[in-house]
Design a protein around this ligand. Structure first.
Ligand code: OGA
Ligand code: MN
Length: 308
């Protein structure tokens, strides 16, 4: 049962044995299959913080057909770029935030500005940001998208997804909705399926940054058991085809030793992304005790312009 695996990995006392957690950084070829990428190098990739496609390692989980894993394809600067985007830009209007209903931020205040610029008010705010939605805004209650709840998807996300999708053979994928999930070290995400999209034939992309998650992927019903895997900073899970509607969740966040966002390589080739050193310092502090997940979906069928 999915719930049993969830409980097992969530438990603090006793702590779980992690020996069965699939670790794509030391791929076990009895469990994973190597996928070859479609190497159409794209100059945009460098600007979006991606390593050359020929360097990516891509796998499919043999027991879960359609579950594709791209091991961190981001440069160090690329990780910093996306972490900052999630913290500074995607956490403000016109995007929707979990904080909206609590009326803690005034119309002219952003989560980032208050959290890091107003010591008094900001202190409590840091850990209160849990999610933001972009594009077609996910409705957590009805699970239905609506044309009235739709804003512009950031162009850099659309472009990033074009490159990722093309590289693994999903030409035509369109990023139309995104959830940014912000996890603290004690956060979890309960088992669920993502079925709100009209187009469930299109894959769902899930990009992780920061601390490591144990991610569970189960079956089409709650009754089936789950496979556990590590998701580290930069790793991308693609739920396509037979895996698209499977139960999944995050029972545990683990502190990471490897920090691919910490630049110690001064000669890093990517100079097209500039960063504000002061902003990065704050983001680095945040991410040392947090995980960010960018969950990106296509909503409409190809050629469809609106929901209804
Ligand atoms: C989601 C989701 C998984 C993750 O947002 O629907 O499943 O790894 N996120 O955070
Ligand atoms: Mn999900």
């Amino acid at each position: 049962m999915f719930k049993d695996s969830f409980k097992y990995y969530k438990s603090r006392n006793p702590p779980p044995d992690l020996k069965d957690v699939v670790d794509f950084s030391i791929p076990d070829l009895n469990k994973v299959r190597i996928i070859t990428t479609q190497c159409v190098e794209n100059q945009q990739g460098d600007k979006l913080g991606l390593k050359p496609i020929k360097e990516w390692r891509v796998y499919e989980l043999i027991d879960v057909p359609g579950l594709i894993f791209i091991e961190n394809p981001f440069t160090e600067i690329g990780q910093q770029y996306w972490i900052l985007k999630c913290l500074k830009d995607y956490s403000k209007k016109p995007n929707k935030l979990n904080l909206d209903i609590h009326n803690v931020l005034n119309d002219n205040e952003s989560w980032w500005d208050i959290t890091f610029g107003n010591p008094e008010k900001g202190k409590n705010l840091l850990s209160k940001l849990r999610w933001t939605t972009l594009g077609y805004h996910h409705n957590w209650d009805t699970k239905k998208y609506s044309e009235d709840l739709k804003t512009q998807m950031p162009l850099e996300i659309v472009k990033l997804m074009d490159i990722l999708a093309d590289a693994i053979g999903f030409q035509g994928f369109k990023a139309e909705a995104a959830i940014i999930n912000y996890y603290r070290m004690n956060s979890t995400l309960a088992g669920h399926t993502d079925h709100s999209e009209i187009n469930i034939d299109a894959p769902l992309f899930s990009i992780s940054f920061g601390q490591t998650a144990i991610f569970l992927i189960g079956g089409l019903t709650q009754e089936e058991p789950a496979v556990a895997m590590y998701l580290r900073s930069g790793d991308i899970v693609v739920m396509s085809e037979g895996s698209r509607l499977r139960y999944h969740g995050v029972p545990k966040i683990l502190p990471t030793i490897i920090k691919p966002w910490e630049t110690n390589n001064a000669s890093e080739s990517n100079t097209s992304i500039s960063k504000n050193v002061d902003h990065w310092k704050k983001a680095k502090m945040y991410i040392s005790e947090a995980r960010i997940n960018m969950n990106i979906r296509q909503v409409l069928k190809s050629g469809q312009m609106t929901l209804y």
